[in-house]
Design a protein around this ligand. Structure first.
Ligand code: ARG
Ligand code: ZN
Length: 878
């Protein structure tokens, strides 16, 4: 960690260890929304390798009330505080620093540091929010042990929670009470948390594999606690899974989770006290969809699993962010895959990766999984750090196999427990466990951009020789014009005319790591590409084989392979890998949409017809196949991007397919009614997913939307009711307005369900939806201080309504841009997310690009936060 250079960036290369360590932190809070006092006693040790350095602590918006060293008040000429750092010179050696500061939670609209959410007081410290609570070395490689005392008015704040284990409680005079917590694990301050207020809980005790009794609690505001049971179950499942799959136990006596309505991100893994956006906790079948339940389980798992990948082993500096986030996304996705359908989980991850992360990788904000400089770290909580970071771990898993990967993980945890680690430490553990040199693999962390593989085939009918030439290209990204070839484990398979796998290994060029060619596995063989060009050759085949690549989407790359629609369709029938089969259908759809390829559309129709008729096909898989590539995925394959033309072509394909397949769609919809009726088990969820997919297609040709209206009226679950209402709204059904009014009234008191109908309204796929957004922005429903509501109105519009957002007259862009200055003044991170939604503007076709440029240029000088100023500069740089 280091100070920014003159270019305004913090650089990875400038890292220096802290000159002072904090061995122990003892904090006492007198909580009050208007004026909270924080009394901190820090035990400080100078780094023996850097003697004589001043003590420099971070502190923002703090009113310093008193300061003392070793019990003696510090004279005013012994320290300086400039509003950002507190500096004390001349400290001789180990000492205790005592400060008292006052902060103002009620005025904290940024939701960073200590802030109010409804009647609660809560914290969010990652990445650099702790400096808004007290003076501290706010960097992750400073890891004290902690004692935290909370005092507050008992009536208003009956529950007082902090990190670690509760150790004491007592009543104070004048109606106040006090609760003391101890966190014995070395923990950086970004993992600090407290929560205070009138909270209720659901609770469950478990005994860990190591024999520790642990109390699991989920806390929410009193009226919401009935909807916390599912999240509580998800904690226990996560705990058991980490014991089984990674051999990692839980290490405190309590695990507390708190749900908050006002939360900038999804959730936060504070040691022993996770704080969550309520949308990832509260659920019952009447108010949450199946997708919500699965998201809750996966976010609960994500935060729980951070206890080892992030907390026990933490980060040396913020450049290493993906060391915890990529790894933890990998871990939570394996958790979901082990508990549910692995194929469906993978398909959904690939959809996000290809739609959103690939767009990030090819847009103005592209950056490596480990950036080497930043102006504002908050802008790096990105799909690249999280999702691509997880893909890199998955690649390692593919290269090493489960057993060696697990040995590498064991070694990583053992060697780095209680430490602030780096990506080098992670790779070193895996290199040691596997005996492999991972130097080339490490390029996945330093080079931005999605690798592209072009594959050409050649078959010589006379000799039976078949060759595949694979060329790798990593496109230029901002600041990285030239790239080296990456190590790509490419799965492939060859099939003969009868559809049987050809198991003969190819001859390969010398550049391929001889150890790198794995024989035929269930989903085909893996070849480890290491160079810009490779040739694989088979000799004497009886006929031209059918080649398939990247089963399981094992490598996060783009593949260009010239293949006829007929061959592509045949490969979908021959391959057993569901991810490949789904992907093959997506590629047929892309060709039909982007190249107006009628043969591809025919092949897709035939394949979907077969799937709908196949009683053995998993309904959830069929539903995934019915979901055609979304706008982002299509746009990424097109240059320049013409949104209207692209969306028209997509609509035309949907119209054609849904008309041609209406009979099997209806048959399937009806046949699944019973299976869809019951509970949260996988088959019921799968049945509802397929029914809802069928419903959306059928409603295209049902102007009265009778089926959707019937489903809406009869619905027992939010999954059914919400999908029906969405159809009514999106197809402008006669009953839409009445249904919406009914739904709105029923859930008016529930902000999370309100966010849902707002989401369906603003994503109506017509240009005029921007008028509905404008109306919402002028209504009582617009609550700009609540991040979920901002995302519901503007985030959904921007990301989920490509038609209206990209209106040729610029009205869509302006609708978002016009709100940014005010949002930035309230909550810079929320504003920055929306600003980042313009990342693809340069790839738009010229007239729209000019409109986007004007809109962005018009923001210059209006956005004050470092977050938005950093993004705007990166968006506009030439
Ligand atoms: N570490 C949190 C997670 O589980 C996210 C924290 C986000 N903080 C931020 N400033 N963006 O992924
Ligand atoms: Zn995380």
């Amino acid at each position: 960690m280091s100070l920014p250079r003159d270019d305004g960036h913090v650089h990875l290369a400038d890292y220096v260890p802290p000159a002072w360590r904090i061995r122990h932190a003892d904090l006492a809070f007198d909580l009050d929304p208007d004026a909270t006092e924080v009394h901190a006693r820090l035990s400080l040790d100078p780094d023996p390798d850097q003697p004589g350095q001043p003590l420099v602590l971070d502190g923002e918006e703090l009113t310093l009330l008193s300061i003392a060293v070793d019990g003696r008040p510090l004279a005013a000429d012994r320290y300086t505080y400039d509003g950002a750092t507190l500096r004390i010179d001349g400290l001789a050696g180990a000492c205790e620093l005592e400060t008292r500061v006052r902060i103002h939670p009620a005025g904290n609209t940024r939701l960073e540091g200590l802030y109010p959410s409804g009647r609660l007081l809560l914290t969010q410290c990652e990445a650099e929010g702790f400096r808004r609570i007290t003076f501290f070395t706010d960097r992750p490689d400073v890891m004290p042990r902690w004692r935290i005392t909370l005092r507050a008015a008992r009536e208003r704040f009956p529950v007082l929670l902090a990190n670690g284990n509760p150790v004491a409680r007592r009543e104070l005079d004048d109606g106040r009470h006090e609760s003391t917590w101890e966190n014995p694990h070395p923990t950086p301050c970004y993992l600090f948390a407290l929560a205070a207020g009138d909270l209720d809980r659901v609770t469950h005790s478990v005994r860990t594999a190591e024999g520790r009794e642990v109390e699991l609690n989920v806390w929410a505001e009193p009226g919401d606690v009935a909807r916390c049971e599912y999240a509580l179950g998800a904690i226990e499942r996560s705990l058991r899974w980490d014991e089984r799959r990674f051999g990692r136990g839980y290490d405190l006596d309590v695990f507390n989770v708190v749900a908050a309505q006002d939360f900038t991100m999804g959730a936060m893994e504070n040691k022993g006290l996770n704080i969550f956006n309520a949308r990832y906790i509260l659920a019952d079948e009447a108010t949450a969809t199946d997708a919500d339940f699965l998201a809750i389980e996966s976010v609960v798992a994500h935060e729980y699993l951070h206890n080892w990948s992030g907390n026990r082993v933490t980060l040396r500096d913020w450049f290493q962010l993906s060391l915890k986030e990529g790894l933890t996304v990998f871990r939570d996705s394996e958790f979901s895959a082990d508990l549910h359908s692995r194929a469906i989980k993978r398909i959904e991850a690939v959809r996000v990766l290809r739609g959103r992360q690939f767009a990030e990788d090819s847009g103005a904000l592209a950056h490596p999984v480990r950036p080497d400089r930043y102006r504002e770290i908050s802008n790096f909580y990105t799909l690249t750090i999280y999702e691509k970071g997880a893909e890199v771990i998955r690649l390692l898993h593919t290269l090493l196999g489960e057993d060696v990967f697990r040995a590498g993980m064991d070694r990583y945890f053992a060697d780095n427990d209680g430490r602030a680690a780096t990506i080098e430490d992670f790779l070193a553990a895996h290199a040691a466990a596997s005996g492999r040199d991972l130097a080339q693999f490490a390029l996945w962390y330093s080079q931005a951009g999605t690798p592209e593989l072009s594959i050409a085939e050649d078959f010589d009918a006379a000799t039976g020789d078949y060759t595949l030439t694979v060329e790798q290209h990593v496109p230029p990204t901002p600041g990285q014009p030239l790239k080296q070839p990456m190590l790509v484990p490419l799965r492939f398979a060859l099939y003969d005319v009868a559809g049987a796998a050809i198991t003969a290994a190819p001859e390969t060029d010398a550049a391929i790591n001889p150890a790198g060619f794995h024989g035929v596995a269930t989903n085909g063989a893996i070849v480890e590409l290491v160079a810009a060009r490779h040739v694989l050759r088979w000799r004497g085949l009886p006929g031209k084989p059918l080649a398939t690549f990247n089963q399981g989407f094992a490598a996060p790359v783009k593949i260009a392979f010239a293949q006829s629609p007929a061959d592509l369709a045949r490969s979908v029938r021959v391959e057993r890998d569901e991810v490949y089969r789904w992907d093959g259908l997506q590629r047929l759809a892309m060709r039909a949409i982007l190249q107006h390829d009628a043969l591809a559309a025919d092949a897709l129709e035939a394949a979907l017809d077969d799937l709908l008729a196949d009683p053995a096909a998993d309904p959830a898989f069929v539903a995934e196949c019915l979901a055609l590539p979304d706008f982002d995925t299509l746009a990424d394959a097109m240059a320049p991007v013409e949104p209207d033309a692209l969306l028209d072509a997509r609509d035309a394909l949907l119209d054609r397919l849904s008309r041609a397949l209406s009979a099997p769609l209806l048959a399937r919809y009806d046949a699944m009614a019973d299976a869809a009726a019951q509970g949260l088990e996988g088959p019921a969820m799968a049945a509802r997913a397929l029914r809802n997919a069928c419903l959306a297609w059928l409603t295209r040709h049902d102007p009265a939307a009778r089926l959707a209206q019937r489903q809406f009226d009869a619905a027992r679950t939010m999954t059914e009711r919400g999908a029906a209402l969405r159809c009514l709204l999106h197809f402008g059904a006669p009953g839409a307005a009445a249904a919406l009014a009914d739904f709105r009234a029923q859930f008016a008191h529930d902000p999370l369900v309100t966010d849902k109908w707002i989401g369906w309204v603003v994503t109506r796929p017509q240009a005029s939806a921007s008028d509905d957004v404008a109306a919402l922005l002028a209504s009582e429903w617009w609550k700009p201080a609540n991040p979920n509501r901002v995302r519901a109105v503007l985030g959904n519009f921007q990301r989920g309504n490509p038609r209206a957002f990209h209106r040729a007259d610029g009205a869509g862009f302006r609708l978002v841009a016009a709100r940014l200055a005010a949002l930035d003044a309230t909550n810079p991170q929320v504003a920055a997310r929306l600003l980042g939604g313009f990342e693809g503007w340069r790839r738009l076709h010229p007239p729209l690009r000019a409109v986007a440029r004007d809109t962005l240029a018009g923001l210059e000088g209006q956005l004050r936060s470092p977050d938005c100023r950093d993004l705007l500069a990166r968006l506009l740089v030439d």
